[in-house]
Write a protein that binds this ligand. Structure first.
Ligand SMILES: *Cc1c(COP(=O)(O)O)cnc(C)c1O
Length: 234
């Protein structure tokens, strides 16, 4: 069994090699530990091993682990599907909400940020393979989403995020990562004061090297850091 620290070191090495092959520096890639279903102690181990951020999928789990001090020493991101009634728990508590998938959610985040007198950083989630089961903006809807975001002073768009089809692994997601790269380039031109295309968050345990080759500068890695997740039996 490899330790979490050994796993983080191995992932960092692969990130560095992939960045080098793409003509970039390892330090340009943000490593987010996707820490769902791993307890506070394991999350602390990953932070001690040097991940840049932790990403959680469920608000309840994030709040419980946060109360235990799980995320001290790293940035905290939200990366799962977010219901509007849970937005109030995240605004101001997480440094980045990666998974904003509707204009209604943008409006809701803006409202909560306004109440707290702050600006919340977000990424816009793209449903790059047009999967009916998945949330996220259609690529064609992105320009309108960006224009809408510009109306909300409590929101600062920092880039794009995607989760490609689960059934595909490694190289098979290349086509979607390539589409994301193009979409990112097409929407990079700065037209609004609160929209910045700083981050492209894509790539997970099975495909982060491919994603980096296609321009990802933020990867979300769970299994390769923590090992297989054990889902409770139903
Ligand atoms: C769980 C999760 C990941 C990490 O998946 P692994 O395959 O375990 O690396 C990345 N992004 C999101 C949104 C996730 O939910």
């Amino acid at each position: 069994m490899m330790t979490i620290a050994e796993n983080v070191a191995a992932v960092r090495e692969k990130i560095a090699a992939a960045a080098l092959r793409a003509g970039r520096e390892a330090g340009e890639i943000t490593l987010v530990a996707a820490s769902k279903m791993n307890d506070a102690q394991r999350v602390r181990e990953a932070i001690a091993a040097g991940v840049d951020a932790c990403g959680e999928n469920r608000v309840q789990e994030l709040l419980e682990k946060s109360a235990l001090g799980a995320y001290e020493g790293a940035a905290l991101h939200f990366i799962g599907h977010l219901q509007k009634n849970k937005v109030k728990y995240l605004v101001g508590s997480v440094s980045l909400i990666q998974s904003v998938d509707s204009i209604g959610l943008l409006a809701c985040i803006d409202r909560e940020a306004g109440k707290r007198g702050l600006v919340q950083d977000v990424l816009l989630e793209i449903n790059i393979a047009a999967e009916p089961s998945k949330s996220g903006f259609a690529p064609e809807a992105l320009p309108a989403a960006i224009a809408a975001a510009a109306q909300y002073p409590g929101v600062r768009v920092r880039g794009l995020m995607t989760v490609p089809p689960i059934c595909l692994r490694g190289e098979e997601n290349l086509q979607y990562f390539e589409r994301m790269r193009q979409l990112f380039i097409d929407n990079c031109a700065k037209k609004y004061d609160n929209v910045f295309m700083d981050f492209m968050s894509m790539g997970m345990s099975g495909d982060f090297e491919t994603a980096i080759a296609c321009g990802a500068n933020m990867v979300r890695v769970g299994t390769a850091i923590f090992g297989e997740r054990h889902y409770p039996e139903k």
